[in-house]
Design a protein. Sequence first.
Length: 378
Amino acid sequence: MFDSTVDLFETRRAILRAWTDRLYSEYEDILYQYNLRLLKPVIRIEPLATDWGNWNPETRAITLAHRLIEQHSWDIVVEVLKHEMAHQLADERLGGYESAHGVIFRDACRLLGVADWAASAACDLPPEIPNWRQRVLTSEEERLLNRAEKLLALAESSNEYEAALAVERVRQLYAKYNLERLAAGSESAYVHCVINRRRRRIESDESAIFAILTAHFLVRAVFTSLYDARDLCEYRVVELLGARENVLMAEYVYYFLRHKLDTLWKEHRTRAGTAALAKRSYMLGVLSGFREKLDASAAVANAEASSPGTSQALLKLADQQLEKFVATRYPRLTTRWWGTGYRDRDSYSAGVADGGNITLHRGITHRTGNRGLSLPGD
């Protein structure tokens, strides 16, 4: 009994040590990413009862709550760390002490790219970490979703041309919504969504899906790594960044395609008796066929646009704002091309044919409360 208690105590100590070491690494990486210099503080993890974290200028210590790491994903933990680093930066580099969340602190948050929810000017970190999917929809957003649902009813049509064009019209509806906000002088609420399949690498079919989302769904996909506090290891993940409504749609399309790929592969293998080694080639073919379909319907919809010149100018402005948001989160971002080669030509061709028959349907706007979009049957 005594030995087991000691073992448990040692295990907990080892976990806390691993978490703390990782926080020091994150601290150094944040300074590198934003080209800043600060004296390294003491970083602690404590059972804080009411706060998510705090900065003590007298002891030069950043303390994060144990429950923060237990209850939230690591990207949230990093944002809280950046909030406390902003306090340190404000105290030590930007003019000294002021009211807890005054102008100097807000400047520090900007320099560190702290997320809006973690850089509130009015109060400290919120008692509940906000989930951007759960934000209550405005009446304008409700109208947008209702219009999208009506258009997507056509996507269930047996007429292939009508179905493909309906999906593109929904995409353009969301684009127009963003452009109208820009024309009115109001910026979109930009968010990021982490796609984490708990894998050590991003496979070629994953890369192909994110290429489709970037090309057709008004988001950016950033390939990065994210620490997992439960597994004490790092996984390769992809962040989708963009306006809230576009990220919600892109996230749905990602999981829709991921599910569809598995379903179509099982059907194709049963039908054709294809070897398991051809799976990747087939899936890449499916995604190529689906992208060709989206490209074709986008060309038709663009040709029918009433004011293509104005739309292109506003789209360029929207793209610039999105790139600015991406640069805020990833100031040292570099571009990398991900290979999507295939080996089995017959399986790839079969996949292209099946991909051309994929149709997004009404589940894309299915709402469960105000959580956002979900797959049919969720």
